[in-house]
Structure formats: structure tokens, C-alpha cells
Ligand binder design. Sequence first.
Ligand code: KIV
Length: 269
Amino acid sequence: MSAQAPIRRITAPQIRARKGGEPIVSLTSYHAHTAAIVDKYADFILVGDSLGMVMHGMDSTIGVPLDLMIMHGKAVVRGTQRALIVVDMPFGTYEESPQMAFRNAAKIMKETACGAVKLEGGARMAETIRFLSERGIPVMAHIGLTPQSVNTMGGFKVQGRDEAAWASHIDDAVAVAEAGAFALVVEGVVEELADRITAAVDIPTIGIGASKKCDGQILVLEDMLGLNPRVPKFVKIYGDLGPAIERAVSAYAEEVKDRSFPTPDNVYK
Ligand code: KIV
């Protein structure tokens, strides 16, 4: 019997090499079993800090602790074999200094066995991105609408409606690409700006609410499945699972009330 070759995961350099090529498919996932389904179709899976809002009912991502990201990161790595797994660095774990960012990114990578981390911010994070990349940590950057800055942005607002702001977003994109980021999430920007950012950098841009002018797309899985009560307006619902879950739960509740549910006596005969 011949030994089976191990399935190799997609790597950060492979994602980087997809600039301008076949569009990159990505979704978030926080859970081993749904990640196993996503793994068949996605090039990379993001364990996003959006899990604070989507899974844990928080109002923003600000309160998400590092240990929670590591716990969900481990689950997603366990459930998958093929996709690159990227884990978000939560607010307060990387901004202070490149050294602090390295300590926390290394902890995420050692404990979850993910293949890359993501952090938010443009030019101001370039030094940190360079520090991490030069020390063996692939970094995905994230610019435009950066949810961890919700308090300074004054809400979750589309960026670049005013053309005067475009230059600073493009400068951010160029700075993180030059610093060594292997890909760049561009969130909540107008189409023309997404187009210009994509043209300005030699790494793939991954859009979310940023039009089709990017090299790939990412959505929050629960948003596109109709499982998040606060779905952003730009999200297309591909499967409305909320009502299906409600139907199943109410059918179950009725059966329990009727005492018609299966019991060990009639199931295990
Ligand atoms: O946390 C997250 O899910 C993200 C995506 C929205 C890109 O950062």
C-alpha cells in the first residue's frame, strides 16, 4: 500500500502570486465544522475578530481578547486541510510597538498553527508589518473602513466618498505593500477608490463592501447565510438560514411539548 501524500495548504506566497489573476475566494469562519465546508471552496479563511460581534454579541470588535482569537483559530485549523488560515490580531495586541506585535503574532501562530495574521492600519503600521514579515510572520493588511477604529471614525462608515481623501488611502495601500504585506483587505470604500488602490499595489486586494474592482472578495460567513441580525447593506444573502433554524427549533419545541420526541427506548432498539 502506498503512503498518501499529505494535502498541502495554500500558502501566503501563493496568495500573493495571484495578483491580477484568477479572483481569490475568501470567507470568514470561526468554527471547525463550518470551516470544513468553506475549506472546499475558499483560497483563504479568515478567523476575523468580527467573531466578537457575530458570535459573541459584542457591539464592536474592540473588546475581543487574544485568547478568544486563539481558541477560534485552533478550531478552524483543526477543521480544515487546504485553505490558508489567517487569524486577526485583535485591538490592543499590536499597535504599541513592532516588538509587542511580534510577541502576540508569534503566540497566535504557535498556538493555532495558522499560516498568517491580519492587522488593521495603513502607513502607521508599515514598520510593524516589515518587522513581522522579516521575522517569518506573513501579514495581511487591512485598510479603508477599519472596524477597530470605529471610535475615531465615528461609526462604521464607507470611506472615500470625498475624493479629497483618496490619496491618503492609496498611500496607505502602497506603504503596507512596500513593507511586505502579502495581501490587503480593502473594506468599505467606493468603487473608484478600490480600483485605484488595486492598480497602485503589486499585492492582491481583497474587497469587502469595496466593489468588484479588487483581486478577490471576502464576506463574513454568517452575514451571507442570514445568521447575523446586523448584516451590512452591501452583503448578498446566499442562504437565509435564520428562518430555517427557527423552523427547526420550533418543530423540536412542539415535539418536546407533545412528548413525541425520540427517547432511548425507541431509538436504540
Ligand atoms: O474581522 C473580520 O471578519 C474582517 C473581515 C470583515 C475582513 O476583518
